[in-house]
Design a protein around this ligand. Structure first.
Ligand code: NAD
Length: 340
């Protein structure tokens, strides 16, 4: 019997996991708090950690938990886990690769439609008993070109939905799927062609060495004047300074953001002490906060995954991951490959 400690778990999730793992015979302990906010003396004998994206699993935390052999994250992304530290200790790391493809794609369109039809501005205006429609005129999606950067699981759903709106779709992905392109009627092109031809650009790439600040000042220069940029992937894909300048100058007409750089700092004042002494870090933080206040920006607080159905899929896969993992005597499934 292994001891598994869960973090960031609400009561309904606890009930689901207890039921789903009842036959595995493990001891389960639950916290609503993030791993870094818990007194880890209470979990010293943990064999496994199960976390969500706001728990930061650092080497320091792992050092306090010498028995941990598994970190199961209830997310697709795993940039909140120190993979090198896990590798050093031979700790398995597993994730939930595909819970929210349609969910995040639907949210992407929630952001696009907010901006194309000024839904957010209409809402704020009518709350003030102001029912004028001046400045609320939007634009049709039909006939517009959507540039999809990263045509993986989520990107493909975005393409499918865009086609339903009658949009033209251009995609960029280092691993093109020509069969799907033929079936769904979209074209793979270079990044430069996406920049040159798209009215709306949406990002669905993982954050990697090569994708950090993929959208920088040079990329924005190449884009159409009045482009709309949507980011539901990770904040670091966009250089905040470049987006800030683009929005201020009007080159970028609007942005729909579910994620921003330094998200934790932006959303939690309590984390501000973590900002380093570099002037550039403070500048970026101030720019992020200003971006969120701009009238042509719609921001949702990393909420794209957050539908009931998606959350249930996450819990189902997490229970399966735990049952198949080393702590349950298995080899593991949905293991995050840690490069040497
Ligand atoms: N906001 C949210 O709630 C939320 C939820 C789930 C996932 N996400 C983010 O969405 C991202 C995409 O998820 P997914 O399930 O579609 O992942 P995926 O791995 O299926 O697709 C990513 C695609 O990006 C492509 N790619 C890699 N490097 C690229 C590059 N330099 N340029 C263009 N394409 C590149 C890959 O070939 C792949 O096809 C995740 O990495 C995660 O960060 C966000």
């Amino acid at each position: 019997m292994a001891k598994i400690v869960f973090f960031e778990v609400h009561d309904w999730e606890k009930a689901y996991l207890e039921k789903a793992l009842a036959d595995a015979g493990h001891e389960l302990k639950f916290y609503l708090a993030k791993v870094q906010d818990v007194n880890l003396d209470e979990c010293k004998d943990a064999d496994a950690l199960c976390v969500f994206v706001y728990s930061t699993v650092t080497k320091e935390i792992l050092d306090m938990l010498p028995n941990v052999k598994l970190v199961a994250t209830r997310s697709t992304g795993f940039d909140h886990i120190d993979l090198a530290a896990c590798k050093e200790r031979d700790i398995q790391v597993c994730n939930v690769p595909t819970y929210g493809e349609n969910t995040v794609a639907e949210h992407t369109f929630a952001l696009i439609l907010n901006l194309s039809r000024n839904v957010h501005k209409s809402y704020l205006r009518t709350l003030q008993n102001d029912f004028r429609t001046e400045d609320l005129r939007g634009f049709d999606l039909k006939g517009k070109t959507l540039g999809v950067i990263g045509a993986g699981h989520i990107g493909q759903h975005v393409i499918r939905i865009a086609k339903g709106f009658g949009m033209h779709v251009l995609a960029y992905d280092p691993f093109p799927n020509q069969f799907l392109a033929d079936v769904l009627h979209y074209n793979y092109v270079s990044l430069d062609e996406i920049y040159a031809k798209s009215e709306i650009i949406t990002l669905h790439v993982p954050i990697l060495e090569g994708t950090k600040h993929l959208i920088d000042a040079q990329a924005i220069v190449k884009m159409k004047p009045g482009v709309i940029i949507i980011n539901t992937s990770r904040g670091g894909i966009i250089d905040t300074d470049a987006l800030y300048e683009g929005l201020k100058s009007g080159k970028v007409r609007g942005a729909g953001l579910d994620v921003v750089e330094d998200e934790k700092l932006v959303m939690e004042e309590a984390q501000l002490h973590q900002v380093g002494h570099e002037k550039s870090e403070w500048k970026r933080l101030v720019e992020s906060l200003e971006i969120l206040k701009m009238p042509n920006v719609v921001f949702t607080p990393h909420n794209a995954f957050n539908s009931q159905e998606a959350l249930e899929r996450i819990l189902k896969t997490t229970a399966e991951n735990i049952k198949a993992a080393n702590i349950s005597g298995g080899k593991g499934i949905n293991l995050v490959r840690i490069s040497p």
